[in-house]
Design a protein around this ligand. Structure first.
Ligand code: G3I
Length: 364
């Protein structure tokens, strides 16, 4: 089956299920339908798309954007010092080029994806040239391939951090100014890409996430004030049904502040963690879909939000399965658009309607 045929089938499916897609919760709210030009995308891994032609067709048909889930990370590209390994990242870049998709470069500085040798060397030598050398390697090859880069990933920690910043090897070695410094270093090497700071834990009505929103806004204000080259903020949006209600008022206020600073927003890692996987499948899928609808209703009302990336395509490959010993498909968390057999769930159609414009993927 060709990608084109597959896409027609998907459209046929969409037409066959309008009642579910256009649920009453959506009617009467003019802010809910995304203006054209917003992108839908998904995180993908080179090994999983290479191994599965059906998944490949889905990603080709549905995504205007793709984010490499692991293949652009420092510990993927340079696991051993000087042992650069570009094969999988090249495959992702070629896939995006072939299918006329934009790439989100993920991610330049993240403690968790920094190889052990680099962490040790940074702690030992405190030499910024180590970071520059890494940026030279990755941006020297992919600066033009990606339209956006998550330059610093997850810099906020309001519980154990230093003035709201996570105590990482970068913060310890180079101080709080490392975020601005990284943005400048990225700008020198990727002059036309949009540069982002990407963060999680910003959605719910609890004191920790309230403090995290405040700390993120302070960081971004400081970066703007100091003239750091930041173009946007990535909001990861790992939704979680055990965390209570979304704080829709606070989310709106945060997005307005970011937009007011002249920055754009990308929703970069959307998925939903379930609270109770013993419920009937249809109930679980409805709860997930409801949460995503509520979230998209709020974020897509803000014009600065330029697109939505889900953190994977199929439940089969989701990082949320870590720690779940699956005894069958029903045991898996169901927080991505397609189930483990690649069948669309209600949340697939919701995303398609809200960000894919009903006609598939969109280009900015
Ligand atoms: O592929 C190997 C496999 O060969 C090996 O047997 C197995 C043993 O642990 O590891 C596999 O690699 C794992 C890889 O995911 C693929 O499953 C790595 O250990 C594991 O560290 C890696 O985790 C990724 C994680 O980032 C760290 O890079 C997750 O897939 C990925 O979803 C996750 O993504 C992060 C974002 O970058 C930032 N925001 C949070 C998000 C979720 O943690």
């Amino acid at each position: 089956m060709t990608g084109r045929c597959h896409r027609r089938d998907v459209l046929k499916g969409a037409l066959a299920a309008p009642a579910m897609l256009l649920a009453p919760a959506r009617s009467g709210d003019a802010g809910m339908i995304a203006p054209t030009g917003r992108l839908y995308g998904a995180a993908v891994r080179a090994d999983t798309i290479a191994a599965d032609p059906a998944l490949r067709r889905r990603v080709a048909a549905d995504c205007g954007w793709i984010t490499p889930e692991i293949d652009f990370k420092w510990n993927a590209l340079e696991y051993r010092r000087g042992g650069w390994w570009f094969e999988r990242a090249d495959q992702i870049a070629a896939f995006a080029r072939t299918h006329d998709q934009q790439l989100r470069g993920h991610t330049l500085l993240w403690e968790q994806s920094t190889p052990d040798w680099a962490r040790a060397e940074i702690a030992d030598k405190r030499d910024w040239r180590l970071v520059e050398r890494w940026f030279d390697g990755v941006l020297g090859r992919y600066a033009d391939a990606a339209s956006e880069w998550d330059v610093v990933n997850e810099p906020i920690d309001t519980e154990q951090g230093h003035r709201g910043l996570r105590r990482t090897c970068f913060q310890r070695a180079f101080g709080d100014g490392y975020v601005a410094r990284a943005l400048h270093a990225a700008r020198e090497r990727a002059p036309t890409a949009r540069l982002f700071v990407n963060e999680y834990g910003l959605e719910y009505a609890n004191p920790v996430e309230r403090d995290r929103r405040t700390a993120l806004l302070k960081l971004v204000e400081r970066l703007r004030h100091d003239g750091a080259p930041i173009d946007g903020v990535g909001i990861q949006a790992h939704l979680d049904l055990s965390k209570g209600p979304l704080d829709t008022i606070a989310i709106t206020a945060m997005l307005r502040e970011i937009a007011g600073m002249g920055l754009r927003v990308s929703i970069t890692e959307l998925d939903v963690k379930e609270a109770d996987r013993s419920l009937p499948l249809a109930t679980r899928d409805r709860l997930i879909d409801d949460e995503v609808r509520r979230y998209l209703d709020v974020v897509l009302a803000e014009p600065a939000v330029r697109g939505v990336v889900s953190w994977g395509v199929s439940d089969r490959d989701s990082w949320l399965q870590d720690g779940i010993a699956a005894t069958g498909p029903a045991a898996l968390n169901r927080g991505l658009p397609l189930d483990a057999a690649l069948a669309p769930k209600p949340v697939y159609w919701t995303l398609r309607e809200a960000v894919g414009g009903g006609g598939g993927r969109h280009q900015v």
